[in-house]
Design a binder for this molecule. Structure first.
Ligand SMILES: Cc1cc2nc3c(=O)[nH]c(=O)nc-3n(C[C@H](O)[C@H](O)[C@H](O)COP(=O)(O)OP(=O)(O)OC[C@H]3O[C@@H](n4cnc5c(N)ncnc54)[C@H](O)[C@@H]3O)c2cc1C
Length: 383
């Protein structure tokens, strides 16, 4: 049987998160953005409610929710502020390689750290010379007994400056391409780890984005997640699981744009009538609704496939690419509905437009999603 109805538990979870977002995130989001400040107190409250990395299984102290529940939570948080939500969600991104490839001891220790205290973790693959071309990373891992010694630099790392530990990737030999890549966990306070500059960004300014340097950092065998030949697969499988969450961010942002636009259109008058009565404004609002609903269906399907244990690369990329592109368009149209006021920081929609742009870039750009989609389609994979 196919059902489009959420269960009572899912509805309650959405309600609870929606209330939290309305009370705690919406009122402070603009100021956090202006000041580049992250609301640590709100993060702690969300953590206590089980809204941070909620998919960590109960045996490691987490809420153990499924992927469908996870994206529902993310959508609600993103309605308030995708900058704040991105920092919450980055903990899940960091935890996912461990969920995929970690042994019991690694799961107990590192997932347990995330559930014992409200701390941050980060996922570090991008380098100055390798973003889209993730197999081209240059950070070097040299085998030393059973350990590796890693030297290199990671850039644009969400939660980079705040994280207690990182899941990261390096290569034993750049000439081997994806076959040379290892995955590992590294503690922030391991000798040789240092934090570089924190970036000043166009949007999502409440989140931290930083450079991480590894200078001959010893990675003990106990912290290795995947040996050469397997690390790249872990990186890609991680994205299959986390890209539906980017679509969820897009959904939250679009719903906010839609609600703000409807409220404004009903109140603002031109030519003697509310602008809501002008057909061209109605068309923009209608397109926002279409984009939100269609993204939401893709998001739920991509998440549901994970819960079913199905391969979801194609659908995850559909959801991520479509959602991100639609969010950018919807946020731009929200500014249009607000007219001159839309361009002014006093009103909420210019922030949505700035925040939306990164959805088309991180966790694989919109172009990279289309490459993944085409590869799958040519290989005969269908939704
Ligand atoms: C705010 C923020 C947060 C981030 N968080 C993280 C994080 O937590 N962890 C992490 O590891 N990384 C993170 N990133 C990095 C992000 O994932 C990369 O920036 C992204 O993957 C793009 O890589 P790039 O910047 O090197 O762009 P490039 O790879 O240089 O791409 C430049 C342009 O060329 C296009 N392009 C590249 N190759 C192709 C191709 N083959 N075909 C068609 N077009 C192509 C791209 O789509 C893009 O438009 C973050 C980035 C930002 C800005």
């Amino acid at each position: 049987m196919l059902s489009f109805e959420l269960t009572d538990e899912q509805k309650a979870l959405v309600e609870e998160t929606r209330r939290f977002t309305k009370e705690k995130i919406v009122p402070i989001a603009a100021e956090c953005d202006r000041k580049h400040e992250f609301p640590l107190g709100v993060f702690k409250e969300a953590w206590e409610m089980g809204l941070v990395a909620p998919g960590i299984p109960t045996e490691y102290g987490g809420a153990g929710v499924g992927e469908v529940e996870h994206v529902l939570i993310t959508e609600e948080l993103a309605f308030g502020c995708t900058g704040i939500q991105t920092s919450f969600t980055a903990n899940t991104l960091a935890a996912t390689p461990i969920l995929i490839a970690g042994n019991e001891a690694q799961k107990k220790k590192y997932l347990g750290m995330l559930t014992a205290e409200p701390i941050f973790a980060a996922y570090a693959i991008t380098e100055p010379a390798a973003g889209s071309d993730a197999a081209g990373i240059q950070s070097r891992a040299v085998k030393d007994g059973n350990d590796y010694i890693v030297t290199g630099s990671k850039c644009f790392i969400t939660n980079g400056a705040w994280a207690t530990w990182y899941t990261a990737f390096a290569t034993v030999d750049p000439a081997l391409g994806h076959k040379g890549i290892i995955a590992f966990i590294v503690d922030r306070d391991a000798p040789g780890v240092s934090i570089g500059k924190t970036e000043d960004k166009l949007g999502q300014r409440a989140s931290n984005t930083a450079v991480i340097n590894f200078d001959e950092v010893r990675i003990p065998a106990a912290n290795v997640l995947a040996e050469p030949g397997h690390g790249f697969k872990v990186a890609m499988q991680t994205f299959d699981r986390t890209r539906p969450d980017i679509a969820a961010g897009a959904c939250g942002l679009m719903r906010r744009a839609l609600e703000e636009s409807i409220a404004y259109a009903l109140e603002r008058k031109t030519f003697g009538v509310p602008i809501a009565q002008h057909q061209m404004v109605q068309a923009m609002i209608a397109e926002m609704g279409i984009a939100y609903e269609a993204t939401r269906l893709l998001m739920l399907k991509a998440a549901w496939m994970i819960d079913q244990g199905s391969r979801n690369s194609l659908t995850a990329s559909y959801a991520k690419a479509f959602g991100a592109d639609q969010a950018m368009r919807v946020a731009t149209d929200a500014v249009q509905v607000f007219g001159g006021n839309g361009y002014i920081t006093e009103y909420p929609v210019e922030k949505l437009m700035r925040d939306a742009k990164i959805l088309q870039i991180y966790e694989g750009t919109s172009q990279i999603q289309r490459m993944v989609i085409a590869k799958n389609l040519f290989a005969g994979v269908r939704g």
